[in-house]
Design a protein around this ligand. Structure first.
Ligand code: ADP
Ligand code: MG
Ligand code: MG
Length: 884
């Protein structure tokens, strides 16, 4: 004999377990024990522990002593209920319910009314003076036992019931008379015999043993195993088995069964919310055989029961300090609770419940802040597809930018803009997008691409715009010639409507109903609590005044990354930018730059105004110049066309010139090519122009009383001498502008740390840099040696095969890239202790990466405007998690 305990009693003041024992008793068993401890009416029973299940699985046999314990607990249960298993006068009936520590679909269903056989059914009928009820329970038991324990299809039984209903011309189970119930029992037993070649078990102990076995074995059925694999749940947990005395909701009109929530699970509204059926058992409510009534009608039908239910559920909420999802049964006017658990809820409900519970003094602000997953904020802020809409799923891709959108399919940016001008709502569908598509992306309601990952152009830009986007949707095929795409055997024409869900990465045929989120005061309240807790500052990545304003509304405390190249793509600017690039001498280049400078200054004026009083990090030009020139192949086409159509020689020469330049600027590895500070060293006049625009704008605003704190950032530095060289251009220019204007601006000059060599030599670089911003996109790219634009070809497979846990461009690789950051932070502070440090790039808005940034000691994170609220919440949670 071992002295290990495998069975725990609950109910009737003899409860041995509690809510603290979920691991051992499973969620259901632990909560049944807890309710019994609280004095809530729970039918008594016992829980066989998960440990017993694990041992059974391992040894292919029951652990020693388990059955003895079960026998003892049966005695206790019989004593407690005054009934006996198999007693023909007064039979005990029980349910057998599975319950793992983590709620898991795929596990065995519940068996009700175990303990009935040909003899006890008569005893039950006599005892309750209700023959109908006894045979209704028996036929239910045979059907559930056959289905759950032996896997016999329920249709075998349902068909027989339907036949009877048709014969009698009735629609509901409750309309079948006692004799019909008796017939059903006999016919069900025949089905059992036919399917199993044995009689329906009449020995109660055998029934119980078979049911317990079935629960244990269901732990390893294919569905359950698959679910655990997908959700990273250990196979070692095992499931518990609850054997519980039955109470009966099918004893007439003063009996019933129901499910309810202590608050509305969709909205979080504080209202008792649920459904029940009279004269019914267990599954009937969810099975949809009859239409349940709202629990509110209980108020009129059984006011005492309603009041008691209301009391109990409030007590449970107070006790668990969270919204509960409960199951109950009423037996002849007496209420029993059968289950309680923390309720699943929508993001909107999670937010409202957490805030309300603080106001009700149920939880404190810190607890409330931990109740909402940062990613759930996305759902609160973006439109979503109505969960009730039934649409054909066409394909899935990456959930690249949250929210849902509906619109007509268009395959080109131009077309998208045209249609948007005619007030048509469109979804831009592209193989992949490039900077030239920005206008079309702006015009579209949503973006769908066939290729590209979480940091592809489409994904980054869409997130920046707060526009729904599904990327890397390789299940669709675009045929530009036909003007169609195909997916799952369907052909969708340009102009046909589709719906995309960027929060789930799904695309649907047709027009979905969209639901607008209500940004109510609760989000604001929650985020203010988060602000009081967090120490990490949250800035935004913004290149336009609109984005800067939006981000301020979301609570951004400055700009961590203002990219200047996007400003060069404007319609009236790109020709000047090209003029600058194609200039073959410094003089011509300066002429073009002089034209650009006032435009650039105008950009800064509005952005700086929007960020009054907050720091703005402006990154000097970063991308290789060829990005501003047309595509090589397109130009060749154009020349051919001009020549064949007899175009003007002047025009042909111009395009030829362009072509020569494009050719000259062509690079084999543009990501590692002539870009970043390398441009500032070869063409100092570009950075000169940009610095001038920044400082002039700041001077102008200073005289208006706007407080501008510019931080000029030099990209792609790998060596302190690069920084020194470029910094001289910046400081000389700034000096001369300030002298000229007679105004002093407190600007900083710093650098990005986005190359491994920069991180490794950060002590030297920090001597010249007044701040660091970790550019984790490029740092990830260069640390792994993965080209961001090509990684889509192998990353999905890497993740599938478990080589990588997640896309390192979306979730910071703490082990490698994070280590480089830590080196950079330590070395940087070693030579400049007060150096300001932050992170920009996609990771700045990812909750896990934010946690890491906080722990690593950064001063701020910077992310796209729509992710600012997420970052505020995540950085507060980082503090609370550390305190724990
Ligand atoms: P699930 O995990 O699928 O919710 P449960 O074990 O909670 O399964 O059982 C489903 C339903 O069966 C319960 O909601 C309840 O209505 C009914 N049920 C379970 N145990 C009993 C019991 N002891 N007496 C009456 N009904 C029961
Ligand atoms: Mg249940
Ligand atoms: Mg970079």
């Amino acid at each position: 004999m071992t002295d290990k305990k495998f069975v725990y009693f609950f109910g009737d003041n003899q409860t041995e377990g509690s809510n603290k024992m979920k691991h051992l008793l499973g969620g259901k068993g632990a909560n049944l024990a807890e309710m019994a401890n609280l004095g809530v009416p729970v039918p008594p029973g016992f829980t066989i522990s998960t440990e017993a299940c694990v041992l059974y699985m391992k040894n292919n046999d029951y652990p020693e002593g388990m059955w003895d314990e079960i026998d003892k607990n049966i005695d206790k249960l019989e004593e407690s209920t005054g009934k006996k298993f198999g007693d023909p006068e007064n039979p005990l009936l029980s349910s057998v319910r599975s319950g793992a520590p983590i709620s898991m679909p795929g596990m065995m269903d519940t068996v009700l009314n175990l303990g009935l056989n040909d003899k006890t059914v008569r005893g039950l009928a006599k005892r309750t003076d209700n023959e109908w009820f006894a045979y209704d329970s028996y036929r239910r038991f045979i059907m559930m036992f056959s289905d759950v324990v032996l896997g016999i299809d329920t249709d075998e039984f349902e068909n027989i019931i339907q036949q009877k209903k048709d014969e009698l011309g009735v629609t509901e189970d409750t309309e079948l008379g006692t004799n019909t119930m008796k017939d059903l029992v006999e016919e069900f037993k025949s089905v059992y015999k036919e399917k199993t070649s044995s009689d329906f078990p009449q020995k109660i102990k055998q029934q119980l043993k078979m049911a317990i076995n079935a629960v244990f074995n269901s732990w390893n059925n294919e569905r359950a195993k698959k679910y655990r694999q997908l959700n990273d749940i250990s196979d070692e947990l095992g499931t518990a088995v609850n054997v519980q005395a039955m109470v009966f909701g099918n004893m007439g009109e003063t009996s019933g069964t129901g499910v309810a929530f202590t608050r509305n699970p969709a909205t979080g509204e504080k209202e008792f919310y649920g459904e029940y059926l009279t004269n019914a058992q267990g599954e009937d409510v969810v099975a949809g055989i009859r239409t349940p009534k709202s629990v509110q009608t209980l108020k009129d039908n059984m006011p005492d029961v309603y009041r008691q239910l209301d009391d109990i559920t409030q007590k449970l909420e107070q006790h668990y300090k969270d919204m509960q999802d409960i199951e109950f049964t009423i037996e002849k006017g007496k209420l029993y609770m059968l289950q309680t658990r923390n309720a699943k809820r929508t993001a909107a409900a999670a937010l409202k419940v957490a805030v309300d519970m603080v106001h009700e003094n149920l939880i404190n602000k810190n607890e409330a802040v931990m109740r909402l997953k940062p990613s759930q904020i996305d759902q609160v802020l973006h439109p979503m597809i109505d969960p009730n809409s039934e649409l054909e799923l066409l394909s899935s891709g990456l959930a690249a930018s949250p929210g849902a959108a509906v619109g007509k399919v268009v395959f080109s940016a131009e077309h998208a803009e045209e249609m948007a001008q005619n007030n048509e709502e469109v979804i831009l569908v592209r193989t992949e997008t490039s900077p030239e598509d920005i206008g079309g992306m702006h015009a579209a309601k949503g973006v769908l691409t066939v290729r590209g990952g979480m940091t592809s152009h489409a994904a980054v830009v869409a997130r920046g715009m707060g526009k729904p986007c599904v990327c890397g949707c390789d299940g669709i095929n675009i045929d530009m010639n036909e003007g169609v795409f195909t997916a799952k055997g369907y052909t969708i024409n340009e102009g046909e409507c589709i719906s995309i869900d960027g929060s789930e990465g799904k695309i649907y045929m047709g027009e979905a109903e969209l639901k607008m989120p209500n940004v109510s005061g609760e989000l604001e309240t929650m985020l203010q609590w988060a602000d009081d807790i967090r120490s990490l500052n949250v800035r935004t990545n913004a290149d336009t005044p609109e984005d800067a304003k939006l981000a301020r509304d979301f609570g951004a405390e400055g700009i961590g990354l203002c990219r200047t190249e996007h400003m060069f793509f404007g319609e009236e600017r790109i020709p000047v930018v090209r003029e600058m690039i194609m200039a073959d001498n410094k003089e011509d280049r300066e002429k073009a730059l002089q034209k650009l400078q006032p435009m650039q200054k105008d950009d800064f004026l509005d952005i700086f105004r929007a960020m009054d009083g907050y720091p703005i990090t402006v990154r000097l030009l970063d991308p290789p110049l060829h990005e501003f020139l047309p595509n090589y192949e397109d130009l060749i086409e154009k020349i051919k066309k001009l020549e064949s159509e007899g175009g003007k020689q002047e025009e042909i020469n111009r395009v030829n010139d362009l072509l020569k330049n494009v050719d000259a600027l062509k690079e084999t590895n543009p990501m590692l090519g002539h870009r970043g500070c390398r441009l500032g060293i070869t063409y100092p006049e570009i950075y000169e122009m940009q610095t001038k625009a920044i400082i002039e704008a700041a001077c102008e605003l200073a005289s208006e009383g706007t407080d501008v704190i510019p931080e000029i950032m030099i990209p792609l530095v790998s060596n302190e001498k690069e920084l020194d060289f470029v910094k001289k251009t910046v400081t000389d220019t700034a000096e001369s502008v300030m002298n000229e204007k007679g105004t002093n601006i407190d600007y900083l000059c710093g650098t990005m740390i986005e190359l491994p060599r920069a991180a490794l030599t950060a002590d030297k670089i920090a001597k010249g840099a007044e701040f660091f911003s970790f550019g984790t996109n490029d740092l990830t790219q260069t640390a792994f040696g993965y080209s961001r634009d090509d990684a889509g070809k192998f990353l999905p497979l890497y993740i599938d095969k478990g080589i990588l846990e997640s896309d390192p461009f979306a979730v910071l690789d703490q082990e490698g890239v994070g280590e480089l950051m830590k080196i950079g932070i330590d070395k940087g502070r070693s030579s400049r202790p007060d150096i300001k440090m932050g992170i920009c790039g996609e990771h700045g808005g990812d909750p896990e990466s934010i946690s890491f940034s906080y722990e690593a000691g950064l001063n701020y994170v910077s992310c796209s405007p729509y992710r600012v609220p997420i970052a505020r919440l995540a950085s507060a949670q980082a503090v609370l998690k550390e305190e724990k």
